[in-house]
Ligand binder design. Structure first.
Ligand code: T1G
Length: 653
């Protein structure tokens, strides 16, 4: 055995106990321990074997930290074949989340039991991979082709009950798992239940066209991803060849995915997202303040979305507006959002009603006297924000956290408008705030450590991915967006059209090209922000001439039905010759000769603009690490997950 796996006999049942915190990942030590234990069990007094895990979950997968390093034997597929070949009945007892290689281990057992709250699944596809230890071969033999394709191509876990329904779990255990599993095994022995190896089962009947139908569906659902189509081929091999041949196909396809840059990018993001929640120099056990109630200043689009983010996590919210009419308007935005989420099946009607009931409103700041936190979400007027924070300083109880949702302003200056700058922090949500996962947490010079630790923990509770930023104009994401936008404008004047720039970036993988992003955000936002800047602050006049001309022509973007594009009643972007003329006229103003520009040049210059600014952000210490910048740009700006983020992509180049 190894320190992570123990084996003992309990009433002639061999109990293999895995204990490898935090999630019992299948590290080399665990694999070796499992091999030693199952080998011992073949010749000892045990009548059967139970595999169970300590801690919060059954094995949650292969040890991703070992990927990319030379694989040490015992290799997982061989280990699982050994477990399945056991001459003693083997049962897996599942709690928590049996995922990936963890669930493959359970499938190599002869039977599986689980507590009701357990979940099982194959998240490999989210890492650009596919189950590489028999999962694509054993699952179809137990659950059939369709259920296997659904389970493995989506990567979404299913409950123990759902798994039982499709034949992946044989028994739900109420009460103590280990005790229940041992008692159940004794019953199996008493009933003379045979050893059942899933690899020896035949794949149940299936629609012959299912594989081609699935590939066609994936064309849309998983555009550009390489793993999903290979999962279909692996499952098809399970259905059309022997177990050994199918395993060989799975292995080959797995190695192909593992070696892809897509998987490298997705695995990078997996750790980057978890790394982002760690703050260098901040003790992990820093005390946190309670946040059992929240006030929101401002009931606009952002205020409403932020209020929902807290209410959805069960935290009561008091929304403050300047008048009853404004307050009602804010509350109706929230009601509309909930109705939309229910209609789209995102949440149940009951959940929507319960969350909505947690949101109340007032026009009186006195209503905030006892809240634990306030998030200010009014429009980007620095003087108004300072006035609000002075009021909050006078009204809120000692220890209340005062947060601003500003996307650009100086958090230190806002903090200085209060007598408690250590309680002030930035919480920059992204629109729509109840949906977008990114939260930039802006640490002011004086922000107290426990305030920072509290907000980082709270971010997890409201299901946001938090990244810490220092104070600068635009923090991390919006600061990088500026040179990106300027470069996009220069490309227009130099000869590219809005649709060419957007198509080049969207083909490369961006969720939306820059011009469509600016039309969506509204060109008037940048226009009025520029009004507050000097010419020197505005920088190269060529970088905003076209947007200025568009706004002055009443073309504010989607909101006005036209911007860089014309928009039809379904808000579809339609290239507009009037814009091409406007761009050509602007280029002529600067005496610029327009030329053919390749898509490659467009991509290179735009991505370089992001990366160069990201490097400055790192050098200035605004971001803690380059992977934090990747998390910001993927979760907040639609950078393709499969490329791992701008900084990771640049390193790969
Ligand atoms: N390997 C190594 N470390 C892992 C890990 C893994 N599989 N999963 C989690 N961790 C670490 C994580 O980095 C963090 O570390 C801590 O555990 C808590 O994680 C062969 C090839 C299980 C649902 O993809 O989905 O098997 O930051 O913060 O929110 O076919 O972790 O504390 O130092 O996420 O409670 C397939 C990935 C692998 C599961 C728990 N398995 N993990 O969520 O905690 S590929 C996965 C998760 C594979 C086989 C294939 C979640 C979780 P630290 P956490 P959580």
């Amino acid at each position: 055995m190894s320190s992570t796996v123990s084996y003992s006999l309990q009433d002639n049942i061999g109990v293999i106990n895995v204990n490898n915190p935090p999630v019992n990942a299948l590290s080399h030590a665990v694999r070796q321990g499992l091999l030693d234990a199952i080998t011992t069990a073949q010749s000892d007094a045990s009548e059967a074997v139970v595999i169970v895990c300590e801690g919060r979950t059954f094995i949650a997968g292969a040890d991703i930290t070992e990927f990319g390093k030379p694989l040490q034997s015992p290799w997982l597929p061989e280990l699982l074949d050994t477990i399945e070949a056991s001459t003693k009945l083997v049962v897996a007892a599942i709690h928590g989340t049996a995922l990936g290689g963890g669930f493959e281990t359970a499938l190599a057992a002869h039977y599986r039991c689980a507590i009701p709250s357990a979940k099982v699944g194959f998240p490999e596809v989210k890492l650009g991979l596919l189950p590489g230890a028999g999962g694509t071969q054993r699952t179809p033999r137990l659950a059939g082709v369709k259920a296997s394709l659904d389970l493995i191509t989506t990567g979404a876990p299913i409950t123990a009950g759902q798994a039982e329904k499709i034949g992946l779990i044989d028994k739900i255990i109420d009460g103590d798992l280990q005790e229940g599993a041992i008692n159940w095994v004794k019953e199996l022995i008493a009933d003379g239940v045979p050893i059942r190896r899933s690899s020896e089962q035949a794949v149940p009947d299936y629609e012959a066209s299912i594989f081609d139908d699935y590939r066609a569906a994936l064309e849309k659902r998983a555009r550009g991803q390489i793993a999903p189509a290979r999962i279909v081929s692996a499952v098809e091999a399970a259905a059309t060849s022997t177990f050994e041949d199918g395993l060989a196909v799975e292995r080959e396809l797995f190695m192909e995915c593992m070696g892809s840059s897509q998987s490298a990018g997705m695995r990078h993001l997996f750790f980057a997202e978890r790394q982002a929640s760690k703050i260098d120099g901040l003790a992990k056990d820093t005390p946190k303040r309670p946040v059992a109630s929240v006030g929101i200043i401002g009931g606009g689009t952002m205020g409403g979305g932020i209020a929902m983010s807290f209410a959805n996590a069960g935290i009561p919210v008091t929304m403050i507006e300047i008048s009853d009419e404004a307050l009602q308007r804010g509350l109706s935005i929230i009601e509309r959002n909930y109705a939309g989420s229910v209609k789209r099946g995102k949440i149940s009607e009951d959940k929507a009603v319960a969350c909505r009931a947690l949101i109340s409103g007032s026009t009186d700041y006195a209503a905030l006297a006892d809240v634990d936190m306030v998030v200010e979400a009014v429009f980007e007027d620095p003087d108004l924000k300072k006035k609000i924070f002075t009021q909050l300083d006078a009204v809120c109880k000692l220890g209340a956290i005062l947060a601003t949702n500003t996307s650009y302003q100086d958090v230190n200056a806002i903090a200085a408008a209060t007598s408690r700058p250590e309680d002030v922090i930035g919480m920059h949500f992204f629109s729509p705030a109840h949906i977008m996962k990114l939260l930039e947490v802006v640490r002011g010079e004086k922000t107290a450590d426990d305030v920072l630790a509290t907000v980082m923990a709270l971010a997890k509770k409201i299901r946001k991915v938090a990244v810490v930023s220092g104070v600068c104009y635009g923090f991390i994401g919006n600061r990088m967006l500026r040179p990106y936008g300027k470069t996009a404008q220069l490309l227009l004047l130099e000869g590219a059209s809005p649709q060419q720039v957007d198509a080049a970036m969207e083909t490369w993988g961006m969720a939306m090209g820059p011009m469509r992003v600016f039309d969506l955000a509204g060109l008037d936002i940048g226009y009025s922000a520029r009004k507050a800047l000097t010419d020197e602050q505005k920088g190269d006049p060529r970088s905003y001439r076209v947007p200025d001309l568009l706004v002055e022509a009443g073309r504010l973007g989607q909101k006005s039905g036209a911007g860089f594009y014309a928009y039809d009643d379904k808000r579809r972007a339609i290239p507009d010759p009037a814009v091409d003329e406007l761009i050509a006229a602007a280029a002529a103003e600067f005496g610029m000769e327009r030329r053919e520009i390749s898509d490659d040049e467009i991509v290179d210059r735009l991505i370089s603009a992001l990366v160069d600014e990201g490097r400055k952000i790192l050098d200035e210490g605004i971001a803690q690490r380059s992977s934090d910048i990747d998390v910001v740009y993927i979760y907040g700006y639609g950078f393709p997950v499969s490329r791992g983020g701008p900084m990771f992509y640049a390193d790969q180049q």
